[in-house]
Ligand binder design. Structure first.
Ligand code: GLN
Length: 278
């Protein structure tokens, strides 16, 4: 699955490997493809809406044992949002259907239904003394239990469920998170952690990665941090869906034949400052 630019994580890994002359081969695994747990040094799955999740659930379940075997062999894995939900025990979708997960993490996810507020917005989360930044958009609420540890702790945003301050999950070298964004380009330390773990898996020893020029990445991080903290200060959990609604109305108005651009109140200049600036 791939949602909200999750594919950018692969581009980022490729870039950071190529810049260091590390050969990276990416195999895209789709429905009905076999998955050999001994063939890979890194696993990635992106997010997907309920509809996509319904499409892949049975197939992913069939690969579950192999993926768990790889994780037990310390292959690093990154699972984002809908993919993260499937790394748990189950995802109960908005209409109540329970889709089984592959059980890498001891956790379950319940979507409280279409009328419930979605967890949308920019996120900052504390991870190993550093800050991860990203963007979340999910209806499901995830609850960890047993021995599964959270990946990070929410500084701004909702994270796993908007209640207990946890964000994501970690088991061995498997990382689960709600952060899209894309995640890795804005969090190069996490990208390098995954590359380092993949190399360690392949060669059986710790390999030090050459530092890269992260000026652009640092600027993107700073921007994302500022936006997330500003959203937090403005209490954007309630305001964000309304802003998106207004933007959508504006575009719809522009497209309609003889449309009025949605009325004076919705003109771009009247949208919240943040949109005008970016
Ligand atoms: N469909 C899931 C939810 O809304 C996951 C969405 C996503 O991957 N962004 O909870």
């Amino acid at each position: 699955m791939n949602l909200y630019g999750d594919r950018g994580n692969i581009l980022c890994l490729r870039h950071r490997c190529e810049a260091r002359q590390i050969a990276l081969v990416v195999d895209e695994i789709t429905l009905n493809d076999p998955f050999d747990p001994r063939a890979y040094d890194l696993i990635f799955i992106g997010g997907g809406q309920d509809r996509e999740q319904q499409r892949i659930a049975a197939d992913l379940l069939g690969k579950g044992e192999a993926i768990r075997e790889a994780v037990e062999a310390d292959v690093p894995a990154l699972a984002v949002c809908g993919g993260y939900q499937f790394f748990g025990q189950y995802y109960q979708a908005a209409h109540g259907e329970r889709l089984p997960g592959i059980g890498v993490f001891e956790m379950y996810t319940v979507h409280p239904g279409e009328v419930a507020e979605r967890c949308i917005g920019n996120v900052v989360a504390e991870w190993e003394g550093q800050r991860l930044v990203g963007f979340e958009n999910h209806g499901g609420r995830t609850y960890l239990h047993g021995s599964t540890e959270p990946l990070a702790h929410v500084v701004a945003g909702f994270g796993n469920n908007g209640e207990d301050g946890t964000e994501g999950a970690r088991y061995r070298n498997a990382f689960g998170t709600y952060l899209h964004g894309s995640l890795l380009p804005k969090n190069p330390v996490l990208a390098d952690r995954l590359i380092g773990l993949a190399l360690e898996h392949k060669y059986g020893e710790t390999i030090e990665l050459a530092p890269l020029d992260d000026t652009a990445e640092d600027l993107a991080r700073e921007d994302a941090l500022a936006v997330a903290l500003r959203d937090q200060a403005a209490g954007s959990h309630e305001r964000l869906p309304r802003r998106i609604g207004r933007l959508a109305s504006w575009f719809a108005g522009r497209r309609a034949p003889g449309g009025t651009a949605g009325g004076a109140d919705l003109s771009p200049a009247r949208l919240p400052v943040r949109h005008g600036q970016r």
